[in-house]
Design a protein around this ligand. Structure first.
Ligand code: NA7
Length: 542
């Protein structure tokens, strides 16, 4: 059904007006646009990139792949789309996911409403006009009744402030801003800083090409073999024959991802039996490894059993015992996001690869020729910064977002994000965030989480129009209660206990708050449905 909002241009401003403005044309922004168009709302999307895809547009580093199985890392809002698209591998490569994003943009004719190569620099709420006014780096102003941030959880690159960074004479890259034409490392001496997921995926690929590869590791990470494979026609047909069941099973899992989970305690089964199960899951590959027992992320003793198993694998795979020890993590498995790799540990058996431990003594500086660490200068032709992202809040912090009373979102959030359901924030009426802090987001399969948020927002906007409301804003009390609940459940999991990007520890000065909601996808969805069903309980609608 088509709906019209008769919103006016803000007083004193000469700017185009829309019903909805969306920031970001990744999977969240694209689906939000599609839903707005279905509602008949005039909509514009702003996107910095030259194309759609968001995270998958920018993260083009060698080996970039999704760690969620492709048949589940896909939209489910359109059954024809599900049927016509065929994934080729168990875990899709970045180019395939980007092709999918482009296919969706073409199929639903989305591009006309997306303004590419445009960065939103500010978004200001006009209380008098009940409108959002967005300003872009093209010196234009546009206004709208609703503003939706679909800016992604891992989209703002984090390059630590290394002294001498700008003096390096060679080539330098960040994994999250990889050149579109690709990089040829053949014959080059390459340094990689970081051993997170991006590094773990790219190191085996870079090692195959480079003359020498030196990895600077601050914290060793756990990674499980992906055991990626091509998908057979039979497998794809069986999935397509019953997509709804797969989606249903996934919806009922804590991560919105259908993987085998066992609720038993590892401490009850004993180490020897547990080894057999871990071995089985190691051979199966992927993040389901952590689903082997129900208490792995609840009890340090239980966690140690799983951690010890992975460490035994590292010692088995890596020939040099000293390197193997350096690669053995000392923290909780799954506390930082568990990585999924192809030949990561084995790469350290190559003659052209070396590992430098920077855990107790940080990198001193970048020099014109390479990296200085301790008394040694490592010379490189290229440095790869696999140093991650200002996660969850970074992309929002890059935009000057001003709400009621001229208050800045960044100031409100200076001690950590404050949201109601990870979707809205008090003082910022008619503003929504897709997979914002305080929602399950990065702890879940992102695609279903995105769809659930977009469905919530679009239903909410339709409700507003149908009932002639002009503003919706979460109540401060509801926001405080939600924040307390998010913190309370975070405290139950070992995930909140280490220095990860989940708690903002990778960005100096960032408040340490476990920002994603760890209560599980089904529980979260139930809560959102309850809120909407009770006439948007916890919100004030005017
Ligand atoms: P991550 O997981 O944040 O990894 C970044 C890596 O960079 C990590 O190993 C960091 O070590 C390292 N790092 C950051 N700053 C420094 C400095 N100053 N010196 C040395 N090493 C440093 O980012 P990714 O891009 O790999 O993955 C992000 C998510 O994307 C991933 O979890 C998936 O969900 C997809 P640290 O661990 O902080 O000691």
């Amino acid at each position: 059904m088509s709906r019209q909002i008769r919103s006016m241009t803000p007083s004193g401003e000469n700017c185009a007006n829309f019903d909805v403005l969306i920031v970001g044309a990744g999977f969240a922004g694209m689906y939000m646009l599609h839903k707005c168009r279905q509602l008949g709302l005039s909509t514009r999307v702003f996107e910095v990139g030259k194309g759609v895809g968001g995270t998958w547009y920018w993260n083009r580093y060698p080996g970039a792949r999704c760690d969620v199985e492709s048949v589940q890392y896909s939209y489910q809002f359109d059954t024809e789309l599900e049927q016509e698209w065929t994934w080729s591998e168990k875990y899709s490569t970045q180019p395939e996911i980007l092709r999918y994003a482009n296919h969706v943009a073409d199929r639903f004719d989305l591009r006309d409403n997306i303004q590419f190569e445009t960065r939103v620099i500010s978004a200001e709420y006009s209380e008098a006009d009940k409108l959002w006014v967005l300003e872009t780096d093209r010196n234009e102003k546009v206004s709208s009744r609703y503003c939706v941030f679909a800016t992604g959880c891992l989209s703002s690159s984090n390059v630590p402030k290394f002294e001498g960074y700008e003096t390096f004479k060679g080539l330098s890259y960040h994994t999250g801003r990889w050149p579109h034409e690709g990089v040829n490392f053949s014959g080059l001496r390459v340094g990689v800083i970081g051993t997170g997921s991006s590094a773990i995926q790219s190191i085996p690929e870079i090692a195959k090409e480079a003359n020498q590869l030196t990895v600077f590791q601050r914290t060793a990470n756990y990674t499980i073999p992906a055991r990626n494979s091509e998908l057979t026609e039979d497998y794809v047909s069986s999935i397509k024959a019953d997509y709804p069941s797969l989606r249903e099973r996934a919806r009922n899992k804590p991560a919105g991802y259908d993987i085998p989970l066992n609720s038993q305690s590892v401490l009850e089964v004993g180490r020897e039996d547990a080894k057999i199960e871990f071995q089985r899951r190691w051979e199966l590959g992927g993040t389901q490894f952590l689903g082997a027992y129900g208490d792995l992320l609840l009890s340090p003793d239980a966690n140690e059993v799983a951690a010890d198993f992975v460490k035994s694998k590292i010692r088995e795979i890596v020939y040099d015992p000293e390197i193997a020890e350096l690669l053995c993590p000392t923290n909780i498995i799954g506390c930082k996001r568990l990585c999924v790799d192809t030949d990561y540990y084995a790469t350290y058996n190559r003659n052209n690869v070396q590992l430098v431990d920077v855990s107790s003594k940080p990198i001193d500086r970048i020099t014109p020729n390479g990296i200085l660490h301790g008394a040694k200068e490592y010379e490189f032709d290229a440095i790869v910064f696999a140093t991650g992202f200002d996660a969850m809040t970074g992309a929002l912090a890059n935009i000057k977002i001003v709400g009621k009373g001229g208050n800045l979102l960044s100031e409100k959030w200076q001690d950590g994000p404050q949201t109601y359901l990870g979707l809205t924030s008090n003082g910022f009426p008619n503003m929504f965030m897709i997979t914002g802090p305080g929602s399950p987001s990065v702890l879940t399969n992102m695609l279903p989480s995105i769809e659930q948020h977009v469905n919530f927002i679009s239903k909410c906007i339709a409700h507003m129009i149908d009932h002639d409301f002009s503003t919706i804003e979460p109540d401060r009390e509801a926001e405080i209660d939600w924040g307390l609940h998010v913190n309370e459940v975070a405290g139950l999991s070992l995930r909140s206990t280490c220095s990860s990007w989940y708690v903002g520890a990778n960005v100096p000065g960032k408040p340490r708050v476990f920002s994603p909601y760890i209560g599980g996808f089904p529980r979260y969805v139930e809560r959102c449905e309850q809120v909407a069903g009770n006439n948007y309980e916890g919100f004030t609608l005017v």
